[in-house]
Structures are given as C-alpha cells and as structure tokens.
Design a protein around this ligand. Structure first.
Ligand code: ADP
Ligand code: TRP
Length: 332
C-alpha cells in the first residue's frame, strides 16, 4: 500500500482547479492507499489572515473536503496546525535549505512580483514546510496539480540532502500523482492562465457559489472573434474553455462543439451556455453538501479529531527518528 500526502491552503473557497488538480485524486486514492490529506493553515499565515478569517476558512475547506467525498474513516483528514511535529521538523529542515535555491523557486519569484510589500521569510521557506508535510509521513505519492511540480522537486532535493548529510537513506523520493495520468492544469475564465484563488473572482468557479453567479461568469468568459476558416487553431482563451468543458461535460457534447469549431460554425454564445449548464450540474450537488457540513459541527469536529490522531501518530514517529539521526540524545 502506498503512502499519499497532499495539502490545500485555506485561503478561500475551493474552486474547480482544486477539485480536478487535487481532490479528485484524493477520492480515488483514499480507497486503496494510506492517505494523509490536510488543510495547510500554517502555510496560509504567509498571507496574514485575521484570526476570524483563518478559522472560518479552515472550517469552510474542511466542510468542502467532506462534501466532495473525502472520508475521515478512510484517510487521515487533518488540520496542519494540529500536528506540532511539523513545525519542529520545519526548524530542522530549514538548516539545510539554501537561500539561493529558495530564491530561485518560481512561486517565490511570483510572490515578489505580485505582493512586493509582503515578502516574508515564510514565503521564502514555503518549500521547506511543504517538504516537511510530505516527508513527515514518508509519502510515495503527492496528488497535486501541475503548478506544484517544482515544489515536489525541491522536496526530493531536501530529503536527499538530509540523507547525504547523515549518510543514510531515511527519506524516500515522493512522486507527483494525478488520477488522470497527466498532471492537470485547470485554466481560469479570463484567459490568463491557471484558475487560482488569487487570480480574482471573475477567473474562478468556486463550489460554494449560486447557479446564477456561475452562469454569469461563464457567459462573460473571454473568447475571440471566432474561427474564420475550417480547422483553424484555437486561441488560448477558447482552448481554455474547451479544456473546462472536457472536465465537466460528456463526450458527445465535447465532440459536438469540437466539430462545430472545426467547421468554423461554432457560436460561442451556445457553447458557453452549454458549458455553464454542465458546470452547474457538476457543482450544485456538491454545494448542497457543503452547506450541510458547514453547519454540522459534530461532523467537523469528529473529522478533525480523528485526523489529528492519525497524523500525529505518523509525524511524531518521524520526529523521534529524525531527532535521533540528527544527534539530539537525551542526558536524562
Ligand atoms: P490556489 O492556487 O487557488 O491558491 P492552492 O494553491 O491552495 O490553490 O492549491 C491546492 C491544490 O489544488 C494543489 O494541489 C494545486 O496543485 C491544485 N490546484 C490549484 N489550482 C489548480 C489549477 N488551476 N489546476 C490544477 N490544479 C490546481
Ligand atoms: N503548496 C501547495 C499549494 O500551494 C499546498 C501544500 C502545502 C501541499 N503542503 C503540501 C500540497 C504538501 C501537497 C503536499 O497548493
């Protein structure tokens, strides 16, 4: 049985990118593997949430995991800050992560560009904390979207460096995983790249959102002036919408609009109307369940508690072994 670890930051409501990039794989893997899925609330401190926002975001994301079918009996579904061993391991691993490599990380460079007034040390060492999340449970696989590939590469590097430093093979190399075989990148609606919580409201479709709002967002999604001749290449914006359709619509619908595009007969209004309908059909049953779980205090507390017990057992064992390897030996 493989060990699996993945985390999602509680910085807003979950969107289609989170589902298809990560949660969909969770649902498959919890059936057959030893899984640790967590809400990365320590990571989210880099954005300086208020205590109230932090708590309500964790509650939201926990309810969303349950609503999407993550089952606390089948996996360890936990809140990162409920596992203190993670923070201790983070301190130790920071000692062999180098400034240069951390500064070269794409996500760090991106943050320097997008939030120049809040370039904190937590952002710089974000990949170290993420590595610890993964290494603490000796994961074989990490179900994540394409955007996390570089972080995983760094995780392997930190693990290997620890092994070399202490002449052992304590940490293994975790691999990225996607239930579809290829790492997924779910595009946003504004034609600018991946769907992300930080890319703005018009760009994302979240699960906890009214049908009417979804409809409006999809209808406003960016397209182009339309194909002028048969078999024309698709523009980035139009390709994005086809990629979204591939996730939520059935094959005959996808083929239908693909053919219309190839014949240069597509009407984007009809295409987006169908896409909106299929997105809504996918999202709305999950939204109902989110509303249920958000108000089910007992389900939330039971899930977090049993998750914390499982995750602490696993991470504390790693911490004890790492302390021994490093040379922290007790005098008493
Ligand atoms: P966001 O990018 O919205 O802030 P997170 O960084 O918290 O979301 O991502 C949580 C998980 O969802 C990660 O595994 C990430 O790879 C995945 N993910 C997020 N956005 C996308 C996307 N647009 N396409 C594929 N996977 C994504
Ligand atoms: N860095 C991930 C993201 O931004 C979230 C994350 C933190 C994570 N720790 C992790 C994902 C461990 C997988 C495994 O999406």
């Amino acid at each position: 049985m493989s060990r699996v670890v993945s985390g999602i930051r509680p910085t807003g409501k979950l969107h289609l990118g989170n589902y298809f990039g990560a949660v969909k794989s969770f649902l498959k893997m919890q059936e057959e593997d030893d899984c640790f899925f967590f809400i990365a609330d320590i990571h989210s401190l880099t954005t300086h949430p208020t205590p109230e926002d932090l708590h309500s975001n964790v509650q939201q994301v926990l309810a969303e995991h349950l609503a999407m079918g993550v089952d606390p009996q089948k996996c360890a579904l936990f809140v990162q800050s409920d596992v203190p061993a993670i923070s201790e391991l983070y301190t130790y691993m920071n000692m062999n992560a180098y400034m240069g490599e951390l500064q070269r990380s794409a996500s760090f460079k991106e943050k320097i560009r997008t939030q120049p007034n809040n370039v904190n040390a937590g952002l710089l060492t974000y990949p170290v904390l993420m590595a610890v999340d993964i290494l603490a449970h000796h994961a074989d696989f990490v179900p994540v979207g394409k955007d996390q590939q570089q972080h995983l590469e760094m995780t392997r590097q930190f693990g290997n460096r620890f092994n070399n430093l202490y002449s052992n093979d304590y940490f293994k190399e975790p691999q990225a995983y996607s239930s579809t075989g290829n790492l997924v990148k779910v595009p946003g609606l504004t034609g600018q790249g991946k769907m992300s919580k930080s890319s703005g409201d018009a760009d994302t479709i979240v699960f906890d959102e009214e049908d009417k709002v979804i409809q409006k967002k999809v209808m406003r999604a960016k397209t182009d002036t339309g194909p002028t001749k048969p078999n024309q290449d698709k523009s980035e914006e139009v390709k994005n919408l086809f990629d979204l359709m591939a996730l939520v619509s059935d094959q005959s619908t996808i083929n239908h609009f693909d053919e219309l595009y190839s014949k240069a007969e597509i009407r984007y209004g009809d295409f987006k109307k169908q896409l909106a309908e299929d997105v809504i059909a996918f999202v709305s049953p999950i939204r109902e369940k989110i509303n249920h779980f958000k108000n089910d205090k007992k389900a939330l507390s039971d899930a977090a508690q049993i998750g914390a017990e499982k995750a602490n057992a696993s991470a504390n064992k790693t911490l004890e072994e790492v302390r021994e390897i490093i040379g922290f030996r007790k005098f008493y």
